[in-house]
Design a protein around this ligand. Structure first.
Ligand SMILES: O=P(O)(O)O[C@H]1O[C@H](CO)[C@@H](O)[C@H]1O
Ligand SMILES: O=c1cc[nH]c(=O)[nH]1
Length: 244
């Protein structure tokens, strides 16, 4: 049976999955695969299946935000996927984090709405330890500039007290914000699958979020390089995990 939103069946989905938010990023992952085919593109969910260094990999975009990310994850789990690595963009919450630096998330503050529909706020959003360790090891081997720590996942960019919220979490040591890491980590635990998240910084701390994201969309070189690196890091990590 086809899953209603991702429009895929069990035959289409491999054990190893990469989860970008943006459907256009799926095509940019495809360029790094040895071979691939497009499986489906329905709403924000674009799926390809391919091979990287001999292993089967599926790439499915989740769209923006926890609500659609939960739908993607649930339907991919129903198709038999077991390992998930999100590759996203993030706005930095610390001054020293440069455009294109990678964040490997150990866990995330759950300021999304979707995960709260599943379980109370006192349940943590944490990365799977096996995936986390492999991501850290591979980032080091590849010599990619990266930080490891906590991020915040939220549901809205343009809130009135955004500056206060960012400064609050800066003081608490958070590395930055995205919109899906907490959601997929929480739901992944509940569904007994293994989730990690790599985030590419596209907005410098205390700069205008609109400028940062516009530069990223307009192929800003450092953000583009950060994206290339998170793609390679995810693929290399899945290769290593598939050997275990
Ligand atoms: O670049 P992606 O993976 O979409 O991730 C980030 O970018 C989007 C917002 O611009 C949100 O989805 C956020 O989490
Ligand atoms: O500032 C940013 C940039 C990307 N994604 C976010 O959620 N926030």
């Amino acid at each position: 049976m086809k899953q209603p939103h991702i429009q895929c069946t069990k035959d289409d989905i491999s054990k190893m999955v990469i989860l970008p938010g943006d459907p256009a990023r799926v095509d940019r992952v495809a360029k790094h695969l040895d071979e691939y085919e497009e499986i489906a593109y329905n709403r924000e969910f674009k799926t390809i299946k391919g091979k990287y260094k001999g292993i089967d990999v599926t790439v499915t975009s989740t769209g923006i935000g926890g609500a659609s990310a939960c739908i993607a994850l649930e339907e991919l789990v129903a198709c038999g996927a077991e390992y998930f690595i999100r590759i996203g963009s993030l706005g930095a919450y610390q001054e020293e984090i440069k455009i294109g630096d990678l964040i490997i998330a150990e866990g995330a503050v759950r300021e999304d709405g979707a995960s709260k529909m599943y379980i109370g706020e006192n349940y943590p959003a944490v990365a799977n330890s096996e995936v986390l360790e492999v991501l850290k090891k591979k980032a080091k081997e590849l010599e990619y500039a990266h930080y490891t720590g906590l991020v915040r996942s939220h549901d809205s960019f343009y809130i009135d007290n955004e500056d206060d919220v960012v400064r609050y979490w800066n003081k608490k040591g958070l590395l930055g914000a995205d919109m899906e890491t907490a959601t997929v980590m929480t739901l992944g635990r509940l569904r007994n699958v293994k989730v990690g998240s790599i985030l590419n910084n596209v907005v410098v701390y205390e700069s205008d979020v609109r400028d940062g994201i516009n530069d990223y969309v307009d192929n800003g070189k450092m953000a583009e390089e950060g994206e290339r690196r998170e793609i390679i890091l995810a693929l290399e990590a899945l290769c290593e995990l598939s050997k275990k």
